[in-house]
Structures are given as structure tokens and as C-alpha cells.
Design a protein around this ligand. Structure first.
Ligand SMILES: Cc1ncc(C[n+]2csc(CCOP(=O)(O)OP(=O)(O)O)c2C)c(N)n1
Ligand SMILES: CC(=O)[C@@H](O)[C@H](O)COP(=O)(O)O
Ligand SMILES: [Mg+2]
Length: 626
């Protein structure tokens, strides 16, 4: 039987539908998303919550001419499906497939790329100002942003700027599902909760329906919409109004009969506007409604059974989590900070056991670093947990507030390297480069689970800023010593020596996640391998020794080559006046898309076979030289 969804190839097809058909479309979209994400994995709960929003926006606005921006972009699956990408949804987040986020190069309907949160209002404002400058006075600019994403400082920078501009066409849709990845935190959430009080919510629905027909002339419409908004807002002023934006809502974000007329009316209004919609994360899939956090970002699963967890070797995140629990028990000065990544960073048990020593500061990476600096300045032992990619936001705070004052903040830097399906926006490709240049910081990169634990302990013991950087997922599975001990700072370990009979001698200086692969390569060509352990301070002795005793030195790291750990080796050699043949393996100077970690290593020339080939070519070349 042919379904409505099968005949939707663009928003123009959505516009032709009647209200009952639009409702039917919402049901079909949900079924499709559940079925499709169960095969590909992805951000299920958030996308299920945005089905009606996507339908209503495409029904009312003239996308792609009207600009639509999804904040973070993890909730945009319905948008992707409605804008001609239904047939490719099974390639979502796969190598060379559809991105899990909106992406300008993927579709003209993706007005702005995303992945990191809280950028949508700034970008939409920029577009609105550009439209004004170009005389495109009819063009609308819509930013859809979640209650979680609203907590980031950047949003307030954007609102501060927007509220002062009355002659632009900007509509911010606050998609409030009372949930970030974890439970929402902070004062802003309380403000939203107040606005969601039942009385105003009910009123909004009625008004939304009341103004659906007949459409009044523009002037009347504007006046009525203004009155309507005044009637809807709570007696106390909303934060948005204080910023100078015209606030409407809250309304039911699953009620197409309310959403569509309200959006139609707001489309006609000038100036910066906010529409507050209330949605349910995971809507339509009971396990996700019941546990939206668990179903926020998921691997493929059996939709009939839901997610089933199976026993597995410890991930680096779990190793960190165990360390944190052990050290927190010993030292009550230990506190942990996360910018909204409690689950992903392995902090659930700590938060439950030590609620007063746990700080989810919402999506506020910058604040997290300076907050940690303040805690450290007063003698606490803050452990600040970042995903590498999100720590990019905190660069100045790490430099100016932590490192410059040499404060003992331990940064647990998770997801260092290529993360897989989230792709270009989420790879932890740059941290070694941008952290290594900061004075006072010690940077360690474990090559296995036990080193990770001991390095975290070493970092905790030091009286200065420390980064322990580890990858997403599992390590090689070595036994983990319960006993913790500090390791020698700046000391590499030679983990394999090439045999006396080796011809052209090769040494691999490997960092973190690349050590295991370096050992496999070394077995094939009989090479020496150093587990460098420290990116800063680099083990100068190991680097010079490797060069003196070998014909070729190879550096291997899961970071961009530019400015990375390999460059630290080259700088050492240059400062000693030593010339050497060094082959640098790492992430090349381009953005890497999504795929499995293995596919991406291959793509970057970092997998075993490609590295072997590069080494062999270099060794042959050397041999050929007189
Ligand atoms: C800068 C940054 N920090 C952290 C994240 C991880 N992250 C992705 S979605 C999300 C929660 C967003 O909550 P909300 O905006 O309310 O969207 P919902 O999933 O509830 O629809 C977080 C913390 C991110 N994408 N970007
Ligand atoms: C959308 C977003 O930024 C997060 O949900 C991210 O996808 C989580 O990644 P992990 O799966 O590595 O925790
Ligand atoms: Mg939310």
C-alpha cells in the first residue's frame, strides 16, 4: 500500500496536504525514523520530538529560500526526509553517506552546518542582516534551538545582538522538551519551567486554533498576533523580552493545528521573535519517551526489543570513571565538572555518589574551565571532563584562567582522535596541536587502559594543569592495576627494539591510540617502537636516541599532523641541530567525514597497510640514495 511519505519528495509536496494528511504524515515519519535509526544508529529521541515542527516549518515557510537552521542538528532527521533525502536515510552516519547533522554541501535545505551546539541564533541573525543589506526584505530566518542548547553563553551573545535590531526577520523557535542529553540543569531551566505553567500552555493552544481561519489582512493579523502574544505571556516578563525579542508561547509542539497557524502569523511579524514550543523527547517510541537519555545517541538496535546492553571490555571512559570513583573516595577535595556530558564522560556513578561534588554546568565549556580554575585556586582538586571536540570552545579559558596561573586542573580529555559516525564536527583532531603550545601544561596520551588509569593518577598528583587525552571506545584490553602510582614525567617507554639483523633500521615514535598499531607494523618490518606517553614534555632523549640509532624515524598520532605530537619531535631535533629523515603519520590537513574508525584511519593513510606502504617506500628511497 502506498504511503503518504513515499510521495513526499520536497516541502512543496508537504504544502499540498490537508490537516488530516499532515497528521498522517507525522505518524509515518515517526515509524520511518524508528525503523531507519534502528539500522543505522543515530540521534533518535531528539529527532522523534521534532517531527511536527519539521512538518509545520516546511509547510509554512518557503524553504530553502527562507532560511532554516537546526541547532546542533541532531534533531533534524524529519527535515532531512522531507527535503528529498528519504531514500538515503539508510546511509545516515555511514562512510560516504548522509551526515548525521545538517550540512550545506549535502542539501540546499541545510542552510547552515551544525554539530556543536548553540550556534543557530548567531548564524540566523547573520543571514537576516545579510538579507536586509541585500534588500531581501521578505526572506524569513528560522532558528530551531533546544532548551539544552539555550544554556550556552553564545546564545546570549546572539540574543544581546539580535534584541537591538528591530528591522530584521528572525524567528527563534525554542524547542523545549525539558531535557538536554541528561536531565536539564541550571536557573534557565527553571525559568522555562515557569513559562510552561499549565494555564498559559492551555491558553496558547486555544488561541492557536482560534486564529486559524479566516486569515485576516496583514495589518489585522499583526495587531491580533501582538495582542495574542501579550495575552499568552506570563505576568512576569520573559528573559527574551528583557533582551528585546517578542516572545510567544508556550504552545504544543506536537499539535499541528496550533503550530501551523501560529507560525503563519509569526511569519508575518517583523523584528526578532521567539516562539516557545513544548515537545516530548522520544515521542512515538515508548522506550525513548521513558528514557530519552539512553536513546539520545544510539547504535543500531532491534526496534522491537529496544537497546540491550551486553558485557564488553572496558572503554577508556569507563577506566576514567573507575579512577574518579577511587580517587574521590580517597580525597574529598576531588570534584568533577562536565559541560552537559554526564553520561558520555562516565560521570553517572560519581554524580549519584557525590552529588555535592558533581557539577553539570550545562553546555558551557568556557565556563567549565574557568569554574575549575576558581575551584583549584581555592585548594580543591577539580577534574574537568571534556570531549576533545567541545574543548575547542574553551581554548582561551584554558590558556588565560588555568595555564597562565598554573592552576592544578586535571582535564580528562575524552574522544581524542577520530570518533566515527558523528563525523567532521565531532572528531577530536586538533587538541594536541592547540594544547601543546600552551606553557605549564603536561599532556599525556595513554596507549592502554592501565596507563590511562596511572596517567590520571599522575595528573591528579601534579600541582599544575594536566591533560590526559584518550580515544572514544576501547583500548587493547590490558589488565588494569588497582594500585595507582605516578609515572615519571616526560618519559617514553621503548616497547620494542628492532633486531640486530635488521637492515635499514626504522623506529616508530607512537602516541596514545597509535601504539598498538605501531607494534603490529613493527612486527612486519622489525622496527623499534617507543610508546611516547607524553606529548608534553616530550621525551627529548628518546627522540634523539631514535634518530641516532635508526635510518628512518616515523611518528604516529591520532591528531592533525600540523602542530601535533610529531611536530614536537621535529622541534626537538631542530633545537638539537639534528637533521633526520622523519615520516609523520597523522590526520591530514582536511576535515574528515564520518565512517567507522577503521574506515577513517584508512582514509587518512593511518591504517596498518597504508603506514607500512609509506614506511617501505621511504626505506627503499633511502636505500637508493648514494
Ligand atoms: C558545544 C557542544 N557541547 C556539547 C554538545 C553535546 N550535545 C549534543 S546535543 C546536547 C543536548 C542538547 O539539548 P537540547 O538542545 O535541549 O536538544 P534535545 O536533544 O533535547 O532536543 C549536547 C549537550 C554539543 N553538540 N556541542
Ligand atoms: C549530538 C552530540 O553532540 C552528541 O550527542 C554526540 O553525538 C555524542 O557522542 P558520543 O556517542 O561519542 O557520546
Ligand atoms: Mg532539550
Amino acid at each position: 500500500m502506498s504511503t503518504l511519505l513515499e510521495n513526499i519528495n520536497s516541502p512543496a509536496d508537504v504544502k499540498k496536504l490537508t490537516m488530516p494528511e499532515l497528521k498522517q504524515l507525522a505518524r509515518e515519519l515517526r515509524e520511518f525514523i524508528i525503523e531507519s535509526v534502528s539500522k543505522t544508529g543515530g540521534h533518535l529521541s531528539s529527532s522523534l520530538g521534532c517531527v511536527e515542527l519539521a512538518i509545520a516549518i516546511h509547510y509554512v515557510f518557503e524553504t530553502p529560500e527562507d532560511r532554516l537552521i537546526w541547532d546542533v542538528g541532531h534533531q533534524a532527521y524529519a527535515h532531512k526526509i522531507l527535503t528529498g533525502r528519504r531514500d538515503r536515510m539508510l546511509t545516515l552516519r555511514q562512510y560516504k553517506g548522509l551526515s548525521g547533522f545538517p550540512k550545506r554541501s549535502e542539501s540546499p535545505y541545510d542552510a547552515f552546518g551544525a554539530g556543536h551546539s548553540s550556534t543557530s541564533i548567531s548564524a540566523a541573525l547573520g543571514m537576516a542582516v545579510a538579507a536586509r543589506a541585500q534588500g531581501k526584505t521578505d526572506r524569513s530566518h528560522v532558528a530551531v534551538i533546544g532548551d539544552g542548547a539555550m544554556t550556552a553563553g553564545m546564545v546570549f551573545e546572539a540574543l544581546n545582538c539580535a534584541g537591538d535590531m528591530k528591522d530584521i526577520r528572525l524567528l527563534v523557535i525554542l524547542n523545549d522538551n525539558d531535557c538536554s542529553i541528561s536531565a536539564p540543569v541550571g536557573a534557565l531551566n527553571k525559568h522555562f519551567t515557569k513559562l510552561m505553567s499549565g494555564r498559559f500552555y492551555a491558553q496558547a493552544r486555544d488561541i492557536g486554533k482560534a486564529i486559524v481561519r479566516p486569515f485576516p489582512k496583514l495589518f489585522d493579523l499583526t495587531r491580533r498576533a501582538e495582542e495574542y502574544s501579550k495575552g499568552m505571556v506570563s505576568p512576569q516578563s520573559t528573559l527574551f523580552e528583557e533582551f528585546g525579542l517578542n516572545y510567544h508561547g508556550p504552545i504544543d509542539g506536537h499539535d499541528l493545528e496550533a503550530l501551523i497557524p501560529v507560525l503563519q502569523n509569526m511569519k508575518a511579524l517583523p523584528g526578532p521573535l521567539v516562539l516557545h514550543v513544548v515537545t516530548e523527547k522520544g515521542r512515538g517510541y515508548e522506550p525513548a519517551v521513558h528514557n530519552p537519555t539512553k536513546y539520545h545517541g544510539i547504535s543500531p538496535f532491534d526496534a522491537s526489543k529496544g537497546l540491550v546492553s551486553s558485557p564488553h571490555a572496558k572503554t577508556y571512559t569507563e577506566v576514567f570513571s573507575d579512577f574518579l570513583m577511587d580517587i574521590a573516595k580517597e580525597d574529598e577535595r576531588v570534584v568533577a565538572i562536565t559541560p552537559a556530558m554526564e553520561e558520555g564522560s562516565g560521570l553517572v556513578e560519581f554524580a549519584r555518589t557525590y552529588p555535592k561534588r558533581f557539577f553539570d554546568v550545562a553546555i558551557a565549556e568556557q565556563h567549565a574551565a574557568t569554574f575549575a580554575a576558581g575551584l583549584a585556586a581555592e585548594g580543591l582538586k577539580p577534574i574537568c571532563c571534556y570531549y576533545s571536540t567541545f574543548s575547542q570552545r574553551a581554548f582561551d579559558q584554558i590558556v588565560h584562567d588555568v595555564a597562565l596561573q598554573n592552576l592544578p586542573v586535571l582535564f580528562a580529555m575524552d574522544r581524542g582522535g577520530l570518533v566515527g559516525a558523528d563525523g567532521a564536527t565531532h572528531h577530536g583532531s586538533f587538541d594536541l596541536s592547540f594544547l601543546r603550545c600552551i606553557p605549564n601544561i603536561v599532556i599525556m596520551a595513554p596507549s592502554n587502559e592501565n596507563d590511562c588509569r596511572q596517567m590520571l593518577y599522575t595528573g591528579y598528583m601534579l600541582d599544575q594543569p594536566v591533560v590526559v587525552r584518550y580515544p572514544r571506545g576501547k583500548g587493547p584490553g590490558v589488565p588494569i592495576e588497582k594500585q595507582m602510582h605516578a609515572i615519571e614525567i616526560g618519559k617514553a617507554v621503548k616497547v620494542r627494539s628492532c633486531g640486530a639483523a635488521a637492515g635499514r633500521r626504522c623506529a616508530i615514535l607512537a602516541f596514545g591510540s597509535m601504539v598498538e598499531e605501531a607494534l603490529q607494523i613493527a612486527d612486519e618490518i622489525d622496527a623499534t617502537v617507543y610508546d611516547m606517553r607524553f606529548v608534553k614534555p616530550i621525551d627529548r632523549q628518546a627522540v634523539t636516541e631514535a634518530v641516532k640509532e635508526h635510518d628512518l624515524v616515523v611518528t604516529m598520532e591520532e591528531n592533525v599532523v600540523i602542530g601535533g605530537a610529531g611536530d614536537a619531535c621535529l622541534e626537538t631535533l631542530a633545537s638539537e641541530g639534528i637533521k633526520a629523515d622523519v615520516l609523520q603519520i597523522g590526520i591530514p590537513d582536511r576535515f574528515i567525514e564520518q565512517g567507522t574508525q577503521m574506515q577513517l584511519w584508512h582514509d587518512c593513510g593511518m591504517n596498518k597497510e597504508s603506514v607500512l606502504k609509506q614506511i617501505q617506500e621511504r626505506l627503499k628511497l633511502e636505500q637508493a640514495e648514494p
